[in-house]
Design a protein around this ligand. Sequence first.
Ligand SMILES: *[C@@H]1O[C@H](CO)[C@@H](O)[C@H](O)[C@H]1NC(C)=O
Ligand SMILES: *[C@@H]1O[C@H](CO)[C@@H](O)[C@H](O)[C@H]1NC(C)=O
Ligand SMILES: *[C@@H]1O[C@H](CO)[C@@H](O)[C@H](O)[C@H]1NC(C)=O
Ligand SMILES: *[C@@H]1O[C@H](CO)[C@@H](O)[C@H](O)[C@H]1NC(C)=O
Ligand SMILES: *[C@@H]1O[C@H](CO)[C@@H](O)[C@H](O)[C@H]1NC(C)=O
Ligand SMILES: *[C@@H]1O[C@H](CO)[C@@H](O)[C@H](O)[C@H]1NC(C)=O
Ligand SMILES: CC(=O)N[C@H]1CO[C@H](CO)[C@@H](O)[C@@H]1O
Length: 713
Amino acid sequence: MAHGTMLLLLLVSLTLAVGPAVGFYGGSMTFTPGNRFPDGSVEMHFYYRESSRGPCGSQVNWICESGSCGVLTSTEPVETDSTAQNLWCQSEVHMTTNVTSNGPFILNSSGCCWEDNVHGVGGWTLHTSVDTGQRSDTRSPNRSPVSAAIPNIRIPQNCFQNFKLLAHDPDDDVVRCRFNDANCTLCHQHPNIHLHKESCTLHTGDSLALGSHVFELILEDYPVSNITVMDHNGVFSVSNAFNDSNPTALSQVPLQFGVEILPPAQGCVPGVNKPSFLTPTPLHGDVHHAAVGQAHEITLQAQVADNSIFDFQVSGPSNMSKTLTSLSNGVMMATLTWIPQETDLFRHVPVCFTAETLHSQSEMRCIIVVVAKARVLSGEAKVICDDNSISIVVSKASMDGIDQDWLQLRDPTCSLTSNQTHILGTMSLNTCGTTMDDSGDFFVFNNEINSFENPNAVITRRNQVKFGFSCQYPKIASVSNRYVNHKSDYIFTESSFGTFSYSFEVFTDQTFNSQVDPSQYPVQVQLMDKIYMGIEASTALPEVTLFVESCKATPEDNPFSPVFYDIIKDGCVMDETVMPYPSDSTKYDFEIQAFKFAGGFDEVYISCSVILCAKDSLNSRCALGCLGPAARRRRRDVSQETARHYITQGPLHVAKQTHNSAASNDGGFLHMSTSTGVFAGLFLLSIAVVAGMLVYKAKRTRSVDRMHLMSTF
Ligand SMILES: *[C@@H]1O[C@H](CO)[C@@H](O)[C@H](O)[C@H]1NC(C)=O
Ligand SMILES: *[C@@H]1O[C@H](CO)[C@@H](O)[C@H](O)[C@H]1NC(C)=O
Ligand SMILES: *[C@@H]1O[C@H](CO)[C@@H](O)[C@H](O)[C@H]1NC(C)=O
Ligand SMILES: *[C@@H]1O[C@H](CO)[C@@H](O)[C@H](O)[C@H]1NC(C)=O
Ligand SMILES: *[C@@H]1O[C@H](CO)[C@@H](O)[C@H](O)[C@H]1NC(C)=O
Ligand SMILES: *[C@@H]1O[C@H](CO)[C@@H](O)[C@H](O)[C@H]1NC(C)=O
Ligand SMILES: CC(=O)N[C@H]1CO[C@H](CO)[C@@H](O)[C@@H]1O
């Protein structure tokens, strides 16, 4: 102990003698391989960001700890964000080396002096472990996980609950975060703070002491499948992140930062006690695409009740500029502009930001900017946001070399169509894998277009596409009602059928004319009530037939829920209370008696798989009707029938019994009023519950029969 203190003092005085005392306030590193030269050597690029409270000054001197690191050359530190008042400062260094023998190596840097902090942590060590061997999956050396943090994180004592860090991986590996000194040799880790390794999130229930706390993390990447890495020592295998209890990391990079715990605030409400981001500010984890030589802009907007945002703190690449603009209603805007250079090609660059007032700070959000060659990704895509649908139109010319037959939306059953010049797709806000995020003042609906491999292809096509698109809608009650509870129309696009949609509604009576209003969801029903439901297909094509292949009841909003009850299966009605009503060929109206799942579920969702067919086609699934399971394995003629699509409606909320004196076991189907009846009912109840649990335990995916569903009453 005494020895350690002496050493520390010695180091402090040494630094003081050398230059101005600038406290270290964290740093982060990412690396990526660059060119491979004919002699077999690989250029490695390292990007290191260092924080201080200002003025900026790099204290870092990376040294080769082990392995052959080559000759490191680095740029002077470039200041990337700072304030004149010395509140924060961050700089970036770009370092390159040519590595001739492709094998593992470790870079280290250490120094004496963290900025003054609560636990008196003095020395710091940054550690980067690299392997330049070729991965069998990407056919290139591994790329490190990508993360960053703004230079000065400030959180009121009563508002530190969850702190989500960026953990991105360019190779789509699994990233795990851990504290630097795993066995607590220096104990810079925090006993009251839990680090969720997979999501890289810090949690605490306790309040931390006022002042600065230092966090020294390491990010590690693990492949999602078993791969091999080939280096000069030969080929060695790396098993995937899930099968091995102690998997080997492909690389390690540091993420270190300070958190200043401020005196407790009056509250922690965004927009009131601290700045809240507004649209179009990107969401945490968003991936942007930028092209070499073209300005990429990121717009940030934030607002707080007392109108006093004075700046945005940013952790970004060298040469990213920031322009502040004050808008009406106290909204502050920052425009971040960056022109990627040739050397930035293929980089995944982290950008983190917060909005600042003198006494508070917004949440920190981080995004990734992926740099590509201009050609593919400046692809002209137009997104049209309608009330209940999103359409995307991509010009084929801008996606040279991309085969549109191998493009899909996030849900692989959703394809796209095209005309001579454009690729087109339309989907509703709840289909094709569209997900919803809450951006503060808006709901944002996201989807993406991906290229996929022909499973039979021998050769991997090199040109791959992946781009996201989104629509945002102001957060007003009607939107949340329409999309959060009640499902609006389902919209799909297929090449032979164009754009078509399905509506799935609950009706108030057997005329199927008036549907239950979206604001009334969840739909309240009493057990044994008749429920009227109707599915209707809408398409521009005149001669089509709707076929309802299956309908299941599930206790959650997921057609693949492990607990389900078959209502219609393989085109055959399974539930004896179902009564179809006659209707047009593009409609299916039916009535069913209300029931409820055993085991404490109050809600029921109905999910159906539906298919549209050309009306005159004799071999289509629609023409075949009720069939055994073998029909599922038929080969589909894409010009005669659409893919199978899942549509869901609900929840139906099955009301609890209100008259508890008369009928504790009154399921509506056991109308026995004598005491023997009650006894028989209870007996049946207990058998059914036990059987239900056994079914659930024995096999996770198995249907339950109607008796089990209802007998918990
Ligand atoms: C790596 O080697 C190539 C070719 O030998 C050379 O052009 C390049 O400048 C070198 N890079 C570094 C960082 O030394
Ligand atoms: C390099 O980093 C490792 C791991 O963090 C540490 O054990 C070692 O002491 C460091 N070496 C130097 C010279 O800082
Ligand atoms: C703690 O770290 C030291 C040095 O890195 C190592 O030798 C030792 O085995 C570690 N102890 C535990 C319990 O992991
Ligand atoms: C991956 O490797 C692990 C450990 O070596 C092994 O247990 C597992 O079966 C492998 N998985 C596959 C899919 O090959
Ligand atoms: C930053 O911009 C300056 C001037 O435009 C340029 O000379 C320099 O190379 C750029 N630095 C980086 C890292 O892009
Ligand atoms: C293809 O569709 C797009 C979007 O609807 C339209 O702008 C374009 O003119 C169409 N091209 C042709 C050749 O019809
Ligand atoms: C036994 C086990 O955990 N198997 C898992 C191995 O990893 C793959 C993914 O790569 C999983 O699908 C397996 O379930």
